[in-house]
Write a protein that binds this ligand. Sequence first.
Ligand SMILES: *Cc1c(COP(=O)(O)O)cnc(C)c1O
Ligand SMILES: [Zn+2]
Length: 559
Amino acid sequence: MSFILRCIDCGHKAPYFPTSISCPKCGSQWREAEYDLDTLSKTLPLQLPNRPFDLWRYHELLPVRNPDPACSLGEGGTPLIKAANLGLMLGCPNIYIKDERQGPTASFKDRQAAVSMAALKEAGITEMVVASTGNVAIAYSAYAARAGIKLWAFVTSLVPAVKMREVALYGSQLIKVSGSYDSVKRAASEFAKQRNLYQNMGARSIPSVESMKTISFEIAEQLTGYLGNDASAEDGIPRWQTPDWYIQSVSGGMGPLGVDKGFSELKKMGFVNKKPAIVGVQSAGCAPIVNSWKKGLETAEVVAVPRTHIETLATGNPGRTYQFLRNIVNDTGGAFESVTDEEAFRAMHVLAKMEGISAEPAAAVAFAGLFKLVRAGVIKPDDTVVVNCTGHTVPPEKLVLGDNWARNVVLPKEEERKEETPQEGILAALSHVVPERFPRVVIVDDTTEARLLIRRILQSQGDFTIFEANNGKEALRVVRREKPDLIILDLMMPELDGFGVLDELKADSETEGIPVIVSTAKELTKEEKERLKGQIQSLLQKGDFMSDEFFDEVHTIIN
Ligand SMILES: *Cc1c(COP(=O)(O)O)cnc(C)c1O
Ligand SMILES: [Zn+2]
């Protein structure tokens, strides 16, 4: 490691010591690490092939002189997963998920904790204070335990109890503070000052921002693995791929700050030729960055009282980080977007049921943002998108699941079994688990893929009994037999098309009342639209299955 800190305000350069927190010349706490990228662009490519794929693979670009393997928990090197089903659903085939749930404490705060603790241990620090909305406290506690550093973790009393218990399990001193996260930060800072303890400074902590760069390094390498390398390796400099978009849910903004710096460094070294457009997504109940950006403000309007269930994202005052993020988003052609808690919970279900990925609500916020931007046409079908799945849900809160999420089976006690064989007792108990009558849906489409996609999307929304028909005639047969609660009808089919099916359904008193949602790949003519008028519930463009209209339609029919 050879690098220097440059003051963002006066440009003064000084060596790095974790304990010195401000510019010796002007006193500013806003400084940035600068590396000898010229040299690294030549030496790194020779060394990378022999290194494991983890966070320390890029240690020359991190502010730690001698990383101690004994403090590592296997951080970094999380998989980049292709989201094929989400891709189909959204009509964007190139969506990838950076699965940060797979870190040692199941969130991307592991990177921050690993690099920070390594830097602090190196500097001889033995006790420190952090303020957290939950995941920082967990990650820092784990790494503090490993590094033998005593940690005082300040959290808001709104942090879910399971998260707090994990902090305590690692042996940290847990301080619950009532009030907003911003007041927790003030309390932590006061405590640290009184006791003269080192305190984590959020985005002003060099190791924190620097650690997040490793996300970009990994994405660039992994995406190259997927998309192939267009390298002319003759000059020995790798040519890695950059996604068009990097999307992350944002609270304090550490992630995007570091990720953008990471791509900047890769670009300066010539490893990539562009940076991704950065998207930050916030919870609508606490979206100071999004709202201020949309209003074109140069400093952020503070949200004094966050109104969101998603505590992890409840930073009401982004401070100066807002200005840095605003520049990054504007320079890269990115965006800020907000989503409601309900949209986030819905995205959480979609992600779990479509891709098998259980994300915590804060991480789902990024996916809800993705859906919104695709629907708005900001993200185009051919764009390559990486979404950071920032954290795991442990365990899903009741709020998210709603009622009836499991069925109970009571087995008879041993002594009550009498003559029955044990099997009979179990079977009798299970016979009470009769499936309820789920809403019945007939999907009519002549392509198997489209039927499968609609089936998956429906299943991501609840329990249905689904029937399929692959042409118009078959559709009429199935509908007459099954008397469904809803029909999802394709228009363009050989022989009897969707219009023909509708005519027949409407002419039959048994079927005329069944709601129909028409899905179509083509732009309809005026006459065609006229023909559908009054006959159908709603009209969907294919690839538009993520629309609120569709979900609302489906939910009205279920309820
Ligand atoms: C901390 C956190 C965020 C927000 O991260 P920042 O980049 O610091 O704004 C998002 N999701 C999860 C799960 C987090 O723990
Ligand atoms: Zn300065």
